[in-house]
Design a protein around this ligand. Structure first.
Ligand code: PMP
Length: 456
């Protein structure tokens, strides 16, 4: 396989950046005028955008985004999964509108019947029998971690190097793949305590490293996605997920599965598609169709162990014990979840989305092969992601080592200039129910054109 010509790449990045700047004067103007915002953007991660300034949204619908300069894009970023149901799907808008009208009520201190419907639906999809709601996947992880500690009486969480579960302190940990140990992940912003006090890190796809961490007897839960999806997609090797389940049971730890992204695997996520057996399940982002929400599910056993402590009065989950938020479980989020799950992210929608992701993957693979690129692509149901490494990375550490800022910038700008949005943090593409075959073909062509230019 021939390496990428870096001087050609530098020239191409410059060309694409100039074309991007020339095409987007209004976005540039808004960015330059937003000096009252920290980092010029509403949230600092929005600076993760090639070309020096982000595009500004005018409106979005289905699989399309229109920016303030009047360009309409095929959106494969889909809010990094928050818009997996497509932008503003009709049933969600209808449900939300009825909550915002005269007979509505957005947030009260009362439950609505929608919550029961959603709880039953989450059980049907993801198997866990008991559910609580949050406003984000981050909070679902945070609160579920507290419950895991309470249920087991243990202090530590096991995570994999280069995982991401939201801004949860315990999870910014890496290990040394040779010597073991737990260290703060590079870039971790001001951790409250040294991370090895709260966490044991292990290596993805390496059951020995997991067992070494569990042997200490202080791990409350293994927290993981069924595939790493925030450092490229690193799929589990055969037997790895089964091994995690077996080791968790053997060493008295809970298995906590975060399907915020891997929900793309199918109607019931990877949990149902692959027959996983989590003790705790976490999801967020997509299930409210874009309205902030999240949820965590508990097994009967975990729930009983928690209520043992709350019954005896040594922990408080009703008042200010550290689990819960005022707006969590609000009527608007629940109405949005009911409509999105019931009418948008249906089994039929998943079938079509997965077929499209397969076509996307095949299109990228064909160009990788034709131009003999040292790259790989991984598909997880309705999402696919290419990585600048061949063979595909097996661990978070290998995936992190394959990061390439220049290639990222080139591919993102080249796609953007050709009417296609990819997820800024990755080269990830997600399909939604409104994505069409023509959108995927457009990407296949644009990708081919971009890599052909790279090869010269
Ligand atoms: N879990 C996973 C697996 C995620 O990928 C993310 C966000 N990318 C989160 C949790 C956190 O989601 P949020 O930022 O919406 O809370």
């Amino acid at each position: 396989m021939v390496a990428i010509d870096r001087s050609r790449l530098a020239v191409l990045v410059e060309q694409e950046a100039q074309a991007y700047a020339a095409a987007n004067p209004r976005s540039r103007e808004l960015y330059d005028a937003s000096g009252n915002l920290f980092g010029h953007v509403p949230m600092t991660w929005m600076n993760k955008w090639s070309g020096g300034f982000p595009l500004y949204l005018d409106h979005a619908h289905g699989a399309r985004i229109t920016d303030v300069d009047g360009h309409t894009y095929v959106d494969f970023a889909l809010g990094d999964t928050g818009a997996m149901a497509g932008h503003s799907p009709d049933p969600t808008i209808k449900a939300v509108t009825s909550r915002t009208g005269d007979l509505g009520g957005l947030t009260t201190m009362l439950p609505t019947a929608d919550a029961q419907w959603v709880g039953a639906e989450l059980t049907a999809r993801f198997t866990l029998p008991l559910w609580s709601f949050t406003l984000s996947a981050t909070d679902a992880n945070r609160w579920a971690i507290r419950l895991a500690r309470l249920a087991t009486g243990r202090s530590k969480i096991l995570v994999f190097g280069y995982c991401y579960h939201g801004s949860v302190d315990e999870t910014f940990a890496v290990t040394n793949p040779v010597h073991g140990g737990t260290y703060s992940r590079p870039g971790n912003v001001a951790p409250p305590v040294p991370v090895d006090l709260t966490t044991r890190a292990a290596v993805w796809n390496d059951l020995e490293s997991v067992e070494a961490a569990l042997r200490h007897g202080d791990v409350a839960a293994i927290l993981t996605e069924p595939a790493l999806t925030n450092i490229g997609i690193v799929l589990p090797e055969p037997g790895f997920m089964e091994g995690l389940r077996e080791l968790a049971t053997r060493y008295g730890a809970l298995l906590m599965i975060d399907e915020t992204h891997t929900f793309s695997a199918g109607w019931g996520g990877a949990t149902t598609a692959w027959g996983l057996q989590p003790d705790i399940f976490v999801i967020g982002k997509s299930i409210g169709g874009g309205i902030p929400c999240g949820a965590y599910g508990l097994s009967e056993d975990v729930a009983a162990r928690v209520t043992h402590h709350t019954d005896t009065g040594d922990a408080d989950i009703i008042d200010v014990g550290g689990v819960g938020g005022t707006l969590a479980g609000n009527a608007l989020s629940l109405a949005a979840m009911r409509a999105t799950l019931g009418e948008v992210l249906t089994p039929q929608a998943f079938d079509a989305m997965i077929d499209l992701a397969t076509a996307f993957t095949e299109g990228v693979e064909a160009s990788i092969e034709e131009f003999d690129l040292p790259w790989s692509i991984a598909q997880l149901g309705a999402r696919a992601e290419y990585r600048f490494a061949y063979p595909a990375p097996r661990t978070g550490e290998e995936a992190a080592a394959a990061a390439d800022d220049d290639l990222d910038a080139y591919m993102h700008l080249a796609m953007c200039n050709r009417g296609i949005l990819m997820t800024p943090f990755h080269n990830m593409a997600l399909m939604c129910p409104a994505t069409e075959r023509a959108d995927v073909d457009r990407h296949t062509e644009a990708f081919h054109e971009a890599v052909a230019a790279l090869r010269g």
